[in-house]
Design a protein around this ligand. Structure first.
Ligand code: 5GP
Length: 174
């Protein structure tokens, strides 16, 4: 097997700096609760909050969808919820990848009942070809075609999250 580099560490870090500038401009002077969606966003979240030019409250949620292998089912469960009261507050979600949109459909339905002032999404990746629910991504690092990627937080059976780049797993190569 081999892992082909799809988006390099340099490309990721450069794009995160650009997103950080944009997000910092948009939220200037506001209080923002940043919510990293575990597990896949842990690295993107850690890098993104470090380039923001305003103080944030950082929280985490965990969502899991039960599907087969590398596909997502609509059965999304919230495994960890945030502790901060978000009523009247700006909430910025940080996600690894928006694929079918099932995960965010579930998260947004739950969060909107808590009456936040605003809800935005920053996602490292988006695969629009796979979308089943429309999701507005406010800050997107990279749009990709329909391929299964690993690294930089994204896993295959819990492995490869530690890679500093985004790669494509090739089980056939030797
Ligand atoms: P959605 O609910 O939008 O279909 O999927 C969201 C979740 O599915 C992501 O947070 C991620 O954990 C997983 N996922 C979707 N596409 C990929 C992919 O290409 N690689 C990996 N490793 N996970 C993916």
């Amino acid at each position: 097997m081999s892992i082909d580099v799809f988006i390099s560490e340099d490309q990721i870090q450069k794009r995160i700096k650009e997103l950080g500038e944009e997000i910092s401009r948009d939220y200037k002077g506001e209080e923002v609760i940043v919510v990293g969606v575990l597990n896949g966003s842990f690295m993107f979240c850690a890098d993104l909050v470090r380039v923001l030019k305003f103080p944030v409250i950082t929280e985490f949620m965990a969502a899991a969808s039960y599907g087969e292998g590398t596909t997502t089912s609509g059965d999304v469960k919230i495994l960890l919820d945030i502790k901060t009261d978000i009523e009247g507050k700006h909430v910025l979600f940080i996600e690894d990848i928006v694929d079918t949109g099932h995960t965010f459909k579930k998260i947004l339905a739950m969060i909107e009942k808590r009456n936040p002032k605003s809800v935005r999404i920053a996602s490292l990746l988006s695969k629009p070809a796979r979308r089943e629910h429309h999701i507005d991504i406010d800050y997107l690092a990279f749009e990709i075609e329909d391929k299964f990627v690993i690294g930089y937080g994204l896993d295959l059976g819990g492995k490869y999250r530690e890679l500093p780049y985004i790669g494509v797993y090739n089980p056939e190569a030797n």
